[in-house]
Design a binder for this molecule. Structure first.
Ligand SMILES: NC(=O)c1ccc[n+]([C@@H]2O[C@H](COP(=O)([O-])OP(=O)(O)OC[C@H]3O[C@@H](n4cnc5c(N)ncnc54)[C@H](O)[C@@H]3O)[C@@H](O)[C@H]2O)c1
Length: 256
């Protein structure tokens, strides 16, 4: 699909990888609607992105907010061609802590709710809107890019909930692509390695260096720009479908 003239909806678009993708799609001539819970981040993202960007406050855990936001985005630009699902949370906790405390079940449900159920909810609403698009070459009507993580494959200590959520994203990639093939929608997941975004928190430089060392080559953290580059390739290449692509400089995560 051509990025020029396309409309993208980006969850988690106020920060990090989602914002990086938004910036690249705008530079390529597209328009974007950012969905995020972070109002301040969304507002400053708009200043950065200019007049082909919109921001809507939306908690992907809330079905009414998701339905409203997708409908507003479609009404604003008349269509949605691309969906980038980058909203995500990554709290870590051991199943049994050193003090003998059990993993908090509410926390487990929270992570699954944001990263997996929320993502699926956005997908179903956006797919229904994409179905109304006039088909392009090959009858293509839309492209969906879901952000998983290499933690889906090599979850570390404390990542049971996060890895379960990301494993769910990996698992649904092919069936989503198969379900939506009849409408002409492609579905691809990206499994990033360690990316330098606010999700890493205020990690000190020594820790960032250590994490970067897990990347085989190049030995640096990934960036929102590296991520955006792959989003662009996925949008533009019609044969990428039903696949999970690792974006991790060859990293294979150790247990901790
Ligand atoms: N940074 C990494 O190293 C890394 C590695 C692998 C995967 N990922 C994944 O990439 C995605 C983007 O993360 P990032 O690194 O850009 O982090 P980030 O914290 O910069 O961005 C995540 C965004 O999601 C938003 N968000 C959180 N909960 C939400 C909700 N309920 N509804 C709507 N928006 C919500 C946040 O406000 C934030 O703007 C996440 O899914 C994350 O799991 C990140």
């Amino acid at each position: 699909m051509e990025i020029e003239g396309s409309v993208a909806l980006i969850t988690g678009g106020a920060s990090g990888l989602g914002l990086g993708a938004a910036s690249r799609l705008i530079i390529g001539g597209g328009s974007v609607v950012l969905l995020d819970i972070d109002e301040r981040g969304g507002t400053s993202a708009l200043e950065e992105l200019g007049d082909r960007a919109r921001f809507l406050v939306c908690d992907v855990r809330n079905p009414a907010m998701v339905a409203d936001a997708v409908a507003s985005a479609a009404a604003e630009w008349g269509k949605i061609d691309v969906l980038v699902n980058a909203a995500g949370v990554a709290p870590a906790q051991r199943v049994i802590s050193r003090d003998g405390e059990m993993f908090d079940l509410d926390l487990f449900e929270f992570v699954i709710r944001v990263n997996l159920v929320g993502m699926f909810d956005v997908i179903r609403h956006v797919a229904a809107v994409m179905a109304r698009n006039e088909g392009g070459p090959d009858g293509e009507r839309g492209v969906i890019v879901n952000v998983a993580s290499i933690a889906a494959f090599e979850g570390q200590v404390g990542q049971a909930a996060y890895s379960a959520s990301k494993g769910g994203i990996v698992g649904m990639t092919l069936p989503l692509a198969r379900d939506l093939a009849g409408i002409g929608i492609r579905v691809v997941a990206i499994a990033p390695g360690i990316m330098d975004t606010p999700l890493l928190g205020g990690a000190p430089p020594e820790l960032k260096d250590a994490l970067a060392g897990l990347h085989v080559f190049p030995r640096r953290l990934g960036t929102p720009s590296d991520f955006a580059h792959l989003v662009q390739a996925i949008v533009e290449n019609p044969l990428l479908n039903g696949e999970v692509i690792r974006l991790d400089a060859g990293a294979r995560m150790p247990p901790r």
